[in-house]
Design a protein around this ligand. Sequence first.
Ligand code: ARG
Length: 443
Amino acid sequence: MAAFTSSSAVDLRLLPYDIAATKAHAHVLNHAGFLDDDELDAIESVLTRLLDEWQNGDVRDTGSDEDVHSLVERVLTEELGEAGRRIHAGRSRNDLVATDLRLWCRDAATEAADALARFIELLSQLAEQHTDTVMPGYTHLQRAQPVSLGFHLLAHGFALVRDAKRFRAAYESADVSTLGAGALAGTTLDLDPYIATQKLDVTRTFDNAMDAVSDRDFVADLVYACALCGVHLSRLAEEVVLWTSSEFGFARLSDSWSTGSSMMPQKRNPDVAELTRGRAAIVIGDLTALLTVLKGLPLAYNRDLQEDKAIVFRAHDATVGCIEAMTALVASITFDPTTMADAAMSGSTWATDLAEVLVTRGVPFRDAHEMVGRLVADLEGTGAAATASWLASHEGFQPEDVFVLDRREVVSRRGSRGGTAPNRVLEQIEQLRAAINDACMRK
Ligand code: ARG
């Protein structure tokens, strides 16, 4: 029974938070007259020493405590006798574990948002360097229109900044103390839960004790933020895999962030990107697991809830690990601007821009689309080189329209809001930096 039900091997990670919550509860009890000042001091100093031991790596799971909360209470009782035996008045492990986990989730969300901020800053710097590096933009994985590498990298940056905002929202949803809820129904003791919120530097206290011990929305919010972030990292990882393949040849992995093959001496494999793609699958599974744990639970506390910790710890560790690894991977990539530009301009990717030239001369777009379509067919049929004179030899086109064949020009003339023109890309970098500054919690 003990081996099957114990959670200490997993939830020992909550020890610093259980110590903080227990100190806060000791203040609540002291204020209400259930612990005298000497007992409060003694409890605080034992807990401070326990935290030191934890930070030195000296607290280990011995398998003899059912969970981290039992461990802390046992230490207090062993060290202090009666004062230790008073600490659990007016509280339950049900309200305690909810507060511990809320405090952990706040730190976890902060860590993830900070890691994202560093990655987004890297993408911004690369975007600044590559406003003129032209590559093909794709739809259906077919070359569609030339874009800049900076523009493309920023598209990933904007997805990741939304993730940082979701982590910030997850922080806010966790930012509640449930101490004082007791097992499910409050307490007959006259305890002030606001003392705990102050001691824990938490913004709010709970409203309904039964909800307080049953609610794991804050865990779901964090795991969802992890899962969607994992999806975004996985899409970027997939592009790294494509770009660094010989088929694309757009970029080269560094030696230190690629792996060799045990058999094929020439290999330079994108394992970090592939593992990021793979781990996103695990985190998506974690979100499903958590929601499934919650969906059938009658109020209030049920032991199923113990499983939430392994889930959220794993989802968070995997996500932060992927953010950090992808940051290092992308930082170490060398791009090949010539191959990218050649690919960008092959296959008449300028056709849409040319049709828009005709629109500026008053041609209805559908007619322009047909005219350019005929031009492209001619090029493909005769194998003619696309030049100014070739262009002007077709009815309705003029020699200066040849700018569409100039890769820099064609990218820089797409100056609409959010477009590919370098000045627009610089504007987007500023927007991205402002957004990450807003979302970031540790300034
Ligand atoms: N280890 C438990 C958990 O993580 C703590 C709460 C136990 N409460 C109980 N009534 N058995 O959920």
